[in-house]
Design a protein around this ligand. Sequence first.
Ligand code: SAH
Length: 504
Amino acid sequence: MNGKVYLIGAGPGDPALITVRGLELIRSCEIVVYDYLANPRLLDEARDDAEIIYVGKKGGAHTLPQEKINELLVRKAGEGKNIARLKGGDPYVFGRGGEEAEELISAGVEFEVVPGVTAGVAAAAYAGIPVTHRSCTSTMAFITGHEDPTKDESAIQWDKIATGIGTLVFYMGVKNLPHIVSNLIKGGRSAKTPVALVRWGTTSIQQTWTGTLETIVEIAEMEKVAPPSLIIVGEVVTLREKLNWFESRPLFGRHILVTRARAQASGFLSRLEELGAAALEFPTIKTVEPESWDALDRAIDSAGSYDWLIFTSVNAVSYLLKRLKDTGRDIRGLAGPAVCAIGKKTAEAVANLGIQVSLVPDEFRAEGILAKIGDVKGKKILIPRAEQAREVLPKVLAEQGAEVDVVTAYRTVQPETRKDEALELARGGRDMMVTFTSSSTVTNFVSMFTEAELKEIQGKVKVASIGPITSDTARQAGFTVDVEPAEYTIDGLVEAIVAFNGAR
Ligand code: SAH
């Protein structure tokens, strides 16, 4: 049986603007075929085993010509696979979705359309421009700006759209801007009509320029406005002065590198994004399973013989739990030892398992723990944790006469990062900040670059560090620290970054 093809509108750029149906299909289809304008972040949602095919077109440089795309869809569907065909914006608005659908029908392939949020509406809204407004316009048109200006017979009746329609939204029109403007004026539109250009609308690198039909060509030339951009013509453009919510967020236009491990980064990342930053996930450590589970398995099986079970991180808790589940063991097997959790987050993770935490030392250092845990002489203590963790705690406990078993619950390794993207940003003179949330994020970050690359980055970036210890490590590594919060937490750090940007 043939597979089915879903023509899905990926939305205008902000990956959160895809529809529920669209996302559902990306998550379930065996193949995802995507375009230049479909945000690649959406691909993270695809199945691990999904085949991902890029058929993008950038400007006129087609990766695959349209006939080949059509052929590909028909062929893959013929293999019985379901295909998510992702297109920027809405598939039927200047997206050649209609052609693809026709092709599928004639090849006997079943299809479904999932409309998307089109750029003409969304990029305008994110630029502070409602495409219609009762006080200035009751009509609008989406128009292709791609038409060859030297063509004798235009498919666009310029005189009619120039005077007959309130808001005009041109797609693919930047290159033809002079032609579009002169046609509108010739057609009878006032030269004083407001115009906006919106580039990469709804994304963290959105840029907007405004002028009038008289001035916009010069502005576009001076600012070197390039695709993908929309041209919005009409009185509604003036509403931007009041309604520009997106670009006025406190961190808009700032590129911020988040060096936390992926698992912990998402909260931080989304906070920064909500404040308008272009946050780049740049994990410097990632956790993976230990090479062998033997030691942990043995420890779990004899858990009842310990006096204390000490968790030093949320990771230790999650990997232990995962191991219990994967091997069909039961959390009750951990009954016996009192549980000590280091740090609030770790304690929360333990409590979420329904396990009582007997001790949460408020001080992270080994001495702090010793002071609270009491006499450990002759006590059996189990510490499941990272393979390469620091030796201080077990050493100090052993010195006090405890019998300490340290077992590996997980390892930390260096993940793949978008190192080139970071270098490109620094080189392109972008406003860029790197955040360090622990000393290890500093040392791991440093180890990813060559000495020359590091120098280059250090000369360009601002640095935000979570607290004095991390700042010291950063300074020793050659950074200048620009931001350090009074409260050494992620919330504190976010606040301090906002304040720093506000002060600039
Ligand atoms: N199907 C798409 C449009 C594809 S045509 C949709 O419904 O949005 C490609 C043109 O769309 C670009 O040349 C540009 O004019 C516009 N466009 C698409 N995404 C855009 C964005 N994020 N910002 C500004 N313009 C965009």
